[in-house]
Design a protein. Structure first.
Length: 326
């Protein structure tokens, strides 16, 4: 393993607009996961240069949706923070972007890569890769509305017969986008198969703005594979849910003791119960505990018990019983 590459990366800086991110590591926007409480946990472990909000619907935000309002909370300690928006209406996307800038976001990102059917059927996310004119119109409107850094997050295309990452890359560069986050899969792949490092390397070779590589980074070895594409930084999603310390681990090679994680989960769950309505707190606690259990010894036992937990307190009890046994 080329550890020198990692050591060089740790000292690297990437400039996105007027922001300088170091190390150039990014916590991805993850639905139901990357809220303020989780972002603070990841920041406390260290190794992450910038965090992203959950994906925010521009329609819901501009129409004052109550649940969306809960997604806007952040602490100064999380900065720099990018807020990601999704949608298909250029004017609403621009309105949402400006609202988030006024709220204190350090940067705005447009989701053009989410493969979820719920998102693509309404014309957002990866669906924009099938309508580059609409994508370009959105980029133009949002860029005009903002004075802060502006990025887009993409996939390679709808499927391998319709790769458009170079086309959308050129549009982004020409319209003043400050950087691109590139998940090296197609929409059709979802999260299956392997990330295509060659696509990331190809895009990086064709544009001058920073390209941040995303997909399948779980350890030092996979980090090196991504860095060999010559990308300017890396973004991590799923691995961070199982291991909130993943950034520190891939940079320094240090694992975290089970006891430390258990104490953090307990603190997080108390905060979730304080911040969110009961149903949302229960949902988030179940979701987090299911993911965390994949990094815990005998974690399957936790997942089996979660099915019967009907309240947030019941979920907490499942966790506390496990903690006592460990």
């Amino acid at each position: 393993m080329n550890k020198n590459l990692i050591e060089e990366f740790k000292e690297k800086k990437v400039k996105i607009g007027n922001l300088e991110i170091s190390p150039p590591t990014f916590l991805a926007p993850i639905a139901d996961i990357s809220d303020s409480i989780f972002r603070q946990i990841v920041k406390e472990f260290g190794g992450v240069g910038c965090v992203f909000s959950e994906m925010i619907s521009s329609d819901a935000l501009t129409r004052g949706c109550e649940k969306t309002a809960l997604m806007l909370n952040f602490k100064h300690t999380e900065k720099p923070i990018f807020f990601q928006i999704v949608g298909k209406n250029p004017l609403r996307m621009a309105m949402a972007a400006k609202m988030l800038e006024d709220l204190g976001a350090d940067g705005i990102d447009i989701n053009m890569g989410c493969p979820s059917k719920n998102i693509t059927k309404s014309g957002g996310g990866s669906a924009l890769l099938t309508d580059l004119k609409k994508a370009e119109e959105i980029i133009k409107k949002v860029r005009k509305a903002l004075s802060i850094p502006f990025t887009i997050k993409i996939r390679a295309g709808w499927n391998e017969n319709s790769l458009v990452y170079n086309e959308i890359g050129k549009i982004a560069e020409n319209e003043g986008v400050d950087a691109m986050f590139f998940h090296g899969r197609t929409k059709k792949q979802m999260y299956s198969g392997s990330v295509h490092y060659e696509w990331i390397a190809d895009l990086k070779s064709r544009v001058k703005i920073p390209v941040i590589g995303n997909g399948d980074i779980v350890d030092g070895e996979s980090l090196i594979k991504m860095l060999e594409t010559k990308c300017d930084g890396v973004m991590i999603a799923r691995a961070a849910i199982k291991k909130p310390w993943i950034f520190k681990e891939i940079l320094d090679g240090k694992e975290v003791e089970v006891k430390t994680l258990l104490n953090i989960i307990e603190k997080q769950f108390k905060q979730l119960q304080e911040v969110y309505p009961e149903n949302l707190a229960k949902h988030k606690m179940k979701l987090f505990l299911s993911w965390y259990s994949r990094s815990l010894p005998h974690g399957k036992k936790i997942r089996l018990q979660l099915n019967d937990a009907k309240t947030s307190s019941a979920v907490f009890d499942v966790f506390l019983r496990y903690k006592e046994e460990v």
